[in-house]
Design a protein around this ligand. Structure first.
Ligand code: NAP
Length: 461
């Protein structure tokens, strides 16, 4: 009976639209921006400040009082003050007893203090309920309304009720609260705004390293070799020719590197006969940055497309075409159309265009706004099935381009293989192993393992 009546109470709509007063300590940038937003959302705001003088910058509907007086007006107090000034709160311990204190502070360095700012606040004021929130939202984003990128607000705290109260405010501001658990999570949340593209580091360094390697490889074979042995000065290749060789090579290799960790994971699971053993750390990290690798690959592919489109404008290309025409005129012979070459060139272009189209599709579906709108199966279909198709098309694009030329001795200057031959090693290896993995005799046990089956179960009945 009691249970039912409490349910009815919970379902009864709250007819009163009046929101509870929120107190903000500190009239600095963040305090003012948050105050504006709270007032817009219907919350009465009272500031606790060292100076009770009203300034033009403070939202006009807000009250400004001394710290103790302001705290008495609200159950929730947002501490918009830097951690190093927190000890001014100790004499206010009695006034703040039982109140919800929202710690929004950030630090200047990762793990700057032994404990998080929120835990430090909780130690200073053990009688208050400390909740960490809002530290990943900037004052500028609050003020300008450009909150799309930072719509999520990470919240953590030991008191469930206090955390709920803060999450209700977050929702009322049009933001999305993400419950990160107890106050122990505060350190992690405080480190978020200090991280500099953490998932991009490995893909960036790898791309820079490989790009430098391939650039100097081409420089040696296409410029230095031709200068030494053919006495041709092709140094201008540095501007377009070499970048237009390096970009497709990088795009293809990075795309293959997106799928390679999945291949390793499948082999490891088949070997171990279980999915309940952790992958090695390097593989875990590699899998986590596949999206970044794919986006960098897409950037290289797009550059390749642009470099290719400007080819007819290049003086060198126009000179070569006119040289061919003059040679035909001088020898009074018209070269007949070589049908095989025409087929090869059109197929190569068609494969490149289709591969690039799928590449773009993969990039678009990896954007959070798109991936949030497709279900898991649709996402996997695009990222895995269409992704492999993109890899097949791009590999075929390179193979058709190289064709018989890869086998000719002139492609091996200084006995080194051409850059395109190098670029095919990883993609071909990925595609061959993937082909083996989809054989029913391999795919069936792998699927079973991924559904929880174990070859040597640890806990048998
Ligand atoms: P701020 O502009 O420097 O304001 C800090 C406020 O703290 C001052 O206006 C002052 O308010 C008060 N204060 C300064 N010294 C004090 C002292 N000795 N004792 C008591 N109060 C003192 O800083 P802010 O940018 O608003 O940042 C405030 C907090 O929000 C920081 O912990 C920061 O990490 C965090 N945060 C800021 C942003 C942002 O975009 N700015 C984003 C996320 C988190 P009164 O003069 O009214 O007393």
């Amino acid at each position: 009976m009691n249970k039912n009546s409490s349910n009815i109470m919970a379902l009864t709509p709250n007819t009163s639209n009046k929101r509870e007063t929120v107190c903000i300590y500190g009239t600095g940038d963040f305090g003012r921006a948050l105050g504006h937003k709270l007032i817009q959302s219907g919350y009465p705001v009272v500031y606790g400040s060292r100076s009770t003088q009203i300034s033009n910058l403070i939202p006009k509907d807000a009250e400004v009082l001394g710290h103790a007086e302001a705290a008495q007006k609200a159950a929730i107090i947002i501490i918009a003050i830097q951690r190093q000034h927190y000890n001014f709160l100790t004499p206010l311990a009695e006034v703040l007893r039982g109140k919800v204190l929202v710690d929004i502070s950030n630090n200047l360095k990762l793990n700057q203090y032994p404990e998080s700012n929120a835990e430090y606040l909780a130690q200073l004021l053990p009688g208050s309920k400390v909740v960490k929130a809002f530290n990943t939202v900037s004052a500028w984003a609050l003020q300008s309304g450009t909150l799309d990128a930072s719509r999520q607000v990470f919240v953590c705290g030991d008191d469930v009720e206090a955390k709920q109260m803060v999450m209700n405010i977050v929702r009322a501001l049009g933001l999305t609260p993400v419950d990160k658990g107890s106050l122990l999570a505060a350190q992690e949340i405080e480190n978020y705004p200090l991280q500099l593209f953490p998932m991009w580091k490995f893909p960036m360094f790898l791309s820079l390293g490989l790009t430098a390697f391939f650039f100097f490889y081409c420089l040696a074979l296409d410029v230095i070799y031709t200068y030494i042995y053919e006495n041709n000065n092709f140094s201008f290749f540095i501007a377009i020719t070499i970048p237009n060789r390096v970009c497709p090579v990088m795009a293809l290799i990075l795309l293959a590197l997106v799928y390679l960790p999945g291949i390793f994971a499948a082999i490891i699971q088949l070997y171990r006969g279980t999915k309940y053993h952790r992958f090695p750390d390097w593989l875990d990290k590699w899998m986590l940055c596949r999206k970044q690798l794919g986006l960098i690959a897409l950037a290289f592919a797009s550059l390749h497309a642009v470099f290719t489109l400007v080819t007819p404008l290049r003086a060198f290309v126009r000179w070569r075409i006119s040289k061919g025409i003059i040679a035909q005129v001088l020898s009074n012979k018209t070269e007949p159309l070589n049908n095989t070459n025409a087929w090869l060139s059109d197929s190569y272009l068609a494969l490149g265009i289709l591969g690039y189209f799928l590449f773009v599709l993969l990039g678009i579906t990896s954007l959070p706004s798109v991936s949030n709108n497709v279900n898991w199966r649709e996402f996997r279909f695009v990222q895995s099935k269409l992704g492999y198709l993109a890899l097949i098309l791009c590999t075929a694009h390179t193979l058709v381009y190289g064709g018989k030329w890869f086998l000719s001795p002139s492609a091996y200057k200084w006995y080194l293989p051409n850059i395109y031959i190098l670029s095919l090693i990883v993609p071909c290896a990925v595609l061959v192993v993937k082909f083996v993995l989809i054989f029913p005799c391999v795919d069936k046990p792998l699927t079973q393992i991924r559904q929880g089956w174990e070859r040597n179960p640890k806990y048998s009945e």
